[in-house]
Every structure is written in structure tokens, then in C-alpha cells.
Design a protein around this ligand. Structure first.
Ligand SMILES: [Zn+2]
Length: 192
């Protein structure tokens, strides 16, 4: 069964030439929308989380550079293999990180990234003692976040059905269309 939401696709300036490219953007947005809505952490959770992270404005991964002003890096990515991963934007899944670590980590989870030989992965360049401290911190953090962070399995067949509806709606788009309304599961308004 397909859940009913009110999704609108707004066509900016009536252009349709990049519709196929934007379909992949839509896919990403839809995947993001299907992950659980972030919750507010309880005082207990905040205390546990703050007790593990350094929380000093520096990047938690490399400890060398200031964390960027954004919400942080997703400890576990929200989209993987082009499908929602079940992880969300809960504070538990957001790690203060510098721009270099964030972009080096990309869509990987922290363990895969730490094991990679990417030259911006701190595990490839930090001294052994510093590496050990950071590894221990995140091993502990992972154990706690798995207990508290919201997770929601998304059925891939369901996701595929929603994408098919979007794809069909895109197929009807012509220059004169400014807004397409689609009865599918996503609260967003996509602006093209
Ligand atoms: Zn960093």
C-alpha cells in the first residue's frame, strides 16, 4: 500500500532539460524524507552523549581543526546504496566535524571510513596514541548511540513504488507545467 502525502514538484522557469538528472536528486530527497523525524534528546541522553564526545568546538574525528558550523557529520549515513539506511538526523547521529573530515568520510559509516586509506582519514596520519584515544571514544559512542538513536527500516519495494510514481509524473512534464502534485509519501516540496 502506498501512503498518501502531498508532494509537489515545482518547475522553476519551466525548464525540463535536466529532469532525468534531477530525478536522482528527488530519489535522494525521498530517501532522506523516509528516515525517522529527529527526536529531542532526553537530559539523560544528552549527559551520556556529552560525556563521551569532547564537545570543545573542535572536530571530533581528527581533533586538529575547528568543527564546521553545520549540524555535523552523519555518524551513519542516512542514504546508502541509493536507499534510506534507517538512520536519521537525531543528535546521536550528528558528530561535530571539520569540513575536511566530513567530505573525506562522505557517505561511509565511521568504521568503514576509519579503515579506508583515504589520506584525510585521521587514522592514516595521527600518532598511534591519539588514534587509540579517538578509536576508543567512537567505539564507546557507537555502543551508546545504537541504544538511543532512532532507527526505522524502510521497505525497499515500497521505496521503489514511490520512485516509480515520481518517475511517471516526471515523464508527463512539459514546459508549460509549473507544479505537479503527486499522492505519495513525502512531506517535502521539491523545487526544480
Ligand atoms: Zn576533522
Amino acid at each position: 500500500m502506498i501512503e498518501l502525502y502531498n508532494l509537489q514538484v515545482k518547475m522553476g522557469r519551466g525548464k525540463t532539460s535536466n529532469v532525468m538528472k534531477r530525478l536522482s536528486t528527488m530519489r535522494y530527497e525521498l530517501a532522506m524524507d523516509m528516515n525517522p523525524t529527529p527526536k529531542i534528546l532526553s537530559l539523560e541522553e544528552t549527559t551520556i552523549r556529552n560525556g563521551i564526545l569532547c564537545n570543545d568546538g573542535m572536530c571530533e574525528y581528527c581533533r586538529k581543526t575547528k568543527a564546521s558550523g553545520s549540524k555535523g557529520d552523519h555518524f551513519y549515513p542516512m542514504v546508502g546504496d541509493r536507499y534510506p539506511t534507517e538512520y536519521c538526523n537525531d543528535e546521536w547521529n550528528c558528530i561535530p566535524a571539520c569540513v575536511t573530515c566530513n567530505s573525506s568520510k562522505g557517505g561511509k559509516n565511521w568504521k568503514t571510513w576509519f579503515e579506508s586509506n583515504n589520506k584525510s582519514n585521521p587514522m592514516t596520519y595521527l600518532p598511534e596514541d591519539e588514534k587509540a584515544v579517538i578509536l576508543a571514544k567512537f567505539t564507546r559512542y557507537d555502543r551508546e548511540m545504537q541504544k538511543y538513536c532512532q532507527r526505522k527500516k524502510v521497505d525497499r519495494a515500497h521505496f521503489d513504488r514511490l520512485m516509480e510514481i515520481i518517475r511517471q509524473a516526471f515523464a508527463k512534464v512539459d514546459d508549460g507545467v509549473k507544479v505537479i502534485e503527486m499522492p505519495i509519501a513525502a512531506p517535502s516540496v521539491f523545487v526544480l
